[in-house]
Design a binder for this molecule. Sequence first.
Ligand SMILES: Cc1ncc(COP(=O)(O)O)c(C=O)c1O
Length: 411
Amino acid sequence: MNNQFENLLTKYKGEGPYLYIDNQVMIDAASGTFNLPLGYTHPRLNEKLKQQIDRCAHLSSSYTHQMSQEILKKLLPYLPAEINRMWLRDVSGSGAVECAIRMAQKATGRSGVITLYMAHHGQSLATAQISGNAFRIRDFKVVIPGSLKIPVPSNIENQSDDYDMDKYIDLDQLLEFGSNNNIACLIIEPVLGNGGNIVIPQEFYRYIRDFCDRHNIVLVADEVQTGFGRTGTLFASNGYAKSLNPDIIVFAKGAGGIGIPIGGVLMKEKMDVLEAFEHSSTSGANPLSLTALNETISIIEDEKILDNVQTNEKYLREGLFSLQDKYPEISNVRGLGYMFGFDTPSPAFAAQCIEMAASFGLIIRGARYGKSATLKVRPPLICHRAHIDEIVSKLDKTFEALTRTQTQAIA
Ligand SMILES: Cc1ncc(COP(=O)(O)O)c(C=O)c1O
């Protein structure tokens, strides 16, 4: 009997947005690993999953295709007009991003991928290579020929949706003189998640849509973090980032509702180019994942979760701005939906905040693997105003305690 394992496992118990660790209760303002829109547990989804596990946890993909198509029908009203196909063969965001790259490469006959400096697209060899955070790939050798990284157009300071494109690099010139003209796709997170909750100005979406159209480059929205309601619409591509009008949308994380692994790709018909043997994985679209995905969509609809996020977005923003007004250590509050971030004086300070917040029963997370001074606040989407009050009040206590400690240290 492996008692030690059992002891470790049963230490943790979730309930909606709360995580109980032994006797301590924590409100999770990071939604786990940004993958728990419905919290750690959701009675209706839990029940469906239990029923399914008693039937079977695995079926080969030849049996599940029709189920995926039924789920696609439910997603259609939330998708940009021409996106009407789905490839559901992954259990992770990294796998799904690779699927999108494969589609773009096969459809265009080119190989390169354009991504943003602060992007995060995954952990696999290829997706880590095209992400920012270059320290992660120092020791690993893989190259997607022709790939380029471009700077992030950021309006963090003035919080405006417009962007002066004259300040940005000329992508046409970059393509002509700085590349071998071998670009298959441009991948962008509508809000850069791991990079520091950076809200991309809408003007930039229009600019890259036009650029991709003129050069026949496939535009991919990596909605692994922004998908499934995080920004107040089911996908950012159907809300704040509408003008991106992507050819492919990648999703994972929140799609499993309470953390059930699933990853997939939604695409325009012209991108439906792969043969089954060209991209799949053993557990892709397994019945548990499909149950989670299907039920998550229904719960989002029945419990009016998008309305909840849209209604309380302002409340959360104002709560964070009130803290910014109070503490000089907080700056650049930014975000949309339930996807917010702000800057602190340094990565070391951010790490202290995370630790101090935990002592007050609050889970928050940093960015860029602890190398950033940004902190992120992204509660589960089921959170109401009372939860937001609790999160803001615990953040207040955190900063009060930290700034008091610092003042004492100076005195
Ligand atoms: C925007 C984005 N894309 C892709 C991924 C990779 O997803 P996964 O960790 O499920 O492979 C992540 C993970 O954090 C992500 O944030």
